[in-house]
Design a protein around this ligand. Sequence first.
Ligand SMILES: Cc1ncc(COP(=O)(O)O)c(C=O)c1O
Length: 397
Amino acid sequence: MDPAQRTVYLDHAATTPMVPAAVEAMTEHLFEVGNPSSLHASGRYARRVVEESRETIAQALGCRPGEVVFTSGGTESDNLAIKGIHWSRAAELGPRPRLITSSVEHHAVLDPVSWLEAGGQAEVRLVGVDSSCRVDLDQLRELVAERPVSLISVMWANNEVGTIQPIDEIVAIAAPHGIPVHTDAVQAVGAVPVDFATSGVDALTLTGHKLGGPFGVGALIVRREVGVTPLVHGGGQERDIRSGTIDTPAIAGFAAAVELAVKEQAAYAARVGALRDDLVRRVIEAVPDAHLHGGALDPLGEFRLPGNAHLGFPGCEGDSLLMLLDANGIECSTGSACSAGVPQPSHVLLAMGCDPDQARHSLRFSLGHTSTAADVDAVVEAIVPAVERARAAKAPR
Ligand SMILES: Cc1ncc(COP(=O)(O)O)c(C=O)c1O
């Protein structure tokens, strides 16, 4: 059975279904042969598909085609930006320059940053956030003034609580010091307006499977003037920054998805944002002590991704609630990661000032392009019995 038919899928921030345009663009090329690096006609045809896809993405995201470096997805693009730019800058700045990121990044940023620190290659500073998850710009100003900085990496929008960061202000702080800025825009592209050139950032990460494209393909958009030391060496593909035979069908599907997501962004944000507002309002009506995280600052407005509803349910363990809803066919997520079978509170919620208990009683519903009013109705119907059972399971006996 098609899982999408029997489930209420509200985990679009984890991955979202492919759009038909992307499936068509990808499958069209699956039976074709031709390595885009080959000189014969089949190779030249594959190269044309890749270069047209690059142009499509550049057009949609306001960059030059030569700035698009195809990768295997968000994790690789983040690693390439962090390590590649840091290494290149360290060659100019001297040993162990400062590397700044925020405390609420995805692990695809936090882990390469800590790896550089553990190896003695970087002095890492994490900028804190307020209770809405917005980065502390005063702290960032102090950190850039103290000593040479290789790179600032702050995500465009947070994957857990959906908060949109003030990227333009971060760029304004970095620019006078000549510090490159990277942003992980994995959750932002297609959900909010994203334009590379006008944003002023030097490097931007995106991935196919979060915006209606295939898994295993993404891009790092990076200004040509910014030095990037490659992580993968080989055939010299992608400006010698990212070697490896290029996946023509996946790139064609990715480009079709980016084009559509950007074209439909405004309509998507209006429709999905209204569904999300309805979900939050009705869940809080049904469970009056439930609350929206990141709510101190215009909770449902311009600083939050349209599809994100991150709710706290006091007295519940988020993971029990998740399993109870799953048993009713409703799929969502918690921000907690499991370590040795024990759920660990989300680093994002802790950084926002929640205590570990508050951080563990949370659920993320993330809506997307296939979400409907019936999905919201299903959550509203299931939430009260699920919360009652989760509370009973947690209450001391
Ligand atoms: C903000 C953010 N960055 C990076 C990633 C990793 O992307 P990928 O799954 O394409 O490796 C994710 C995926 O969850 C994400 O949400």
